[in-house]
Design a protein around this ligand. Structure first.
Ligand SMILES: Nc1ncnc2c1ncn2[C@@H]1O[C@H](COP(=O)(O)OP(=O)(O)O)[C@@H](O)[C@H]1O
Ligand SMILES: [Mg+2]
Length: 338
């Protein structure tokens, strides 16, 4: 199936322009020439599995890595030639924790302000604003060591906003956080877009979270394989998804292929099947199958189905889950509730 790549942002000016950006690491091409624009005020998401090239792309846009080929501008500044100007106009929250745990929340923010050359008067005005935004004002003088994973993430977000950037980069902002905290982080992101007029570029491998973006680019093996609004991406799939559990999924998948010329993919012990008209197809399917059906249900497509259709794989596998659980443990060490 061929997806159209929609590279536009209705009417407004762009804040990021990327043209055939490429990165090689000693023979491995991590990013294979990606092109896209991000509009001012847009929440733009890179969605893709582990190793797809998300962090590498963000690192090039933030001037932390030099592109092997291609061009990119952020806020009108070239990422290869105007590094300092790019850095001044962006805020960045890294994938991995990057706070100094031996300092208090406010000390971490002051340190950042110093690095960015924020004048003291501005700094002293801005720190309470960003702390209030992430609801940490009551804990500002506590050591970061005593914070929960969610609180640390919120403080990193506050730090990224300290020097009033126009553009905020968030690399897996909710990785390893519990669902409630993830939801909370998304509330801040939407609030920032509306109240501070920020443009946001973020990466995630959580399908459900990508739904929060204005536009999503799906990246796999260093290439963009689809780009559009979440609604349009799902619409391209058309129809509905049937989930089916049977006594023998492999036999059932073969039968579905032979009798209906449809491809069923096994996901978590269930067969997933994309069909045009689920309500009418379900009775035909049950009648036509010789393999015993244990349960059957119908649902609307998700971005996970889009990825599955494009690549034949799920976005998350057990290996990733393992890495993630380890990250969660690391983040939650200290164990406090958010
Ligand atoms: N510093 C590096 N040196 C060599 N290979 C790297 C380096 N950083 C990332 N890679 C490789 O590049 C690919 C993309 O990695 P990355 O951008 O971190 O993906 P993602 O953020 O989507 O998980 C992976 O195959 C990864 O192993
Ligand atoms: Mg990454």
């Amino acid at each position: 199936m061929k997806y159209k790549i929609t590279n536009y942002w209705q009417g407004s000016k762009t804040i990021i322009e990327v043209d055939e950006l490429k990165k090689e690491y000693n023979g491995l091409t991590a990013v294979k020439g990606v092109s896209f624009d991000v509009g001012r005020g847009e929440i733009f998401g890179f969605l893709g599995p582990n190793g797809a090239g998300k962090t590498t792309t963000i690192s090039m846009l933030c001037t932390l890595l030099r592109p092997t080929a291609g061009h990119a501008t952020v806020n009108g500044f070239d990422v290869a030639r105007d590094k300092l100007a790019v850095r001044r106009s962006i805020g960045l929250v890294f994938q991995d924790p990057s706070l100094d745990e031996r300092l208090t929340a406010v000390e971490n923010l002051r340190f950042h302000a110093m690095i960015y050359g924020v004048p003291k008067a501005d700094r002293d005005k801005r720190i309470p604003v960003v702390l209030e935004l992430v609801e940490l004002e009551g804990r500002q003088n506590d050591l970061v060591r005593t914070f929960s994973g969610g609180m640390k993430r919120r403080l990193e977000l506050a730090r990224g906003l300290l020097h009033q950037p126009k553009m905020l980069f968030l690399d897996e902002p909710t990785l390893g956080l519990d669902p409630q905290t993830r939801h909370h982080i998304w509330e801040y992101v939407h609030q920032l877009k509306i109240e501070e007029g920020l443009s946001i570029f973020l990466t995630t491998h959580y399908m459900d979270e990508a739904e929060n973006c204005d536009r999503v680019a799906i990246i796999d093996h260093g290439q963009l394989i689809a780009m559009d609004t979440p609604e349009n991406l799902k619409e391209e799939i058309g129809g509905e998804v049937i989930m089916l559990s049977t006594r023998d999924n492999r036999a059932a998948a073969d039968e579905i292929q032979n009798k209906f010329a449809l491809k069923a993919v096994e996901v978590n012990g269930e067969l997933s099947l994309q069909v045009a008209d689920g309500n009418h197809f379900m009775p035909r399917l049950i009648k036509g199958l010789e393999t015993e059906v244990a349960s059957i249900s119908l649902r609307k497509p998700t971005l996970e189905d889009v990825f599955l259709k494009l690549t034949g794989r799920r976005i998350r596998d057990e290996k990733i889950e393992g890495i993630e659980q380890e990250r969660t443990r690391r983040r939650q060490r200290g164990g406090r509730k958010v």
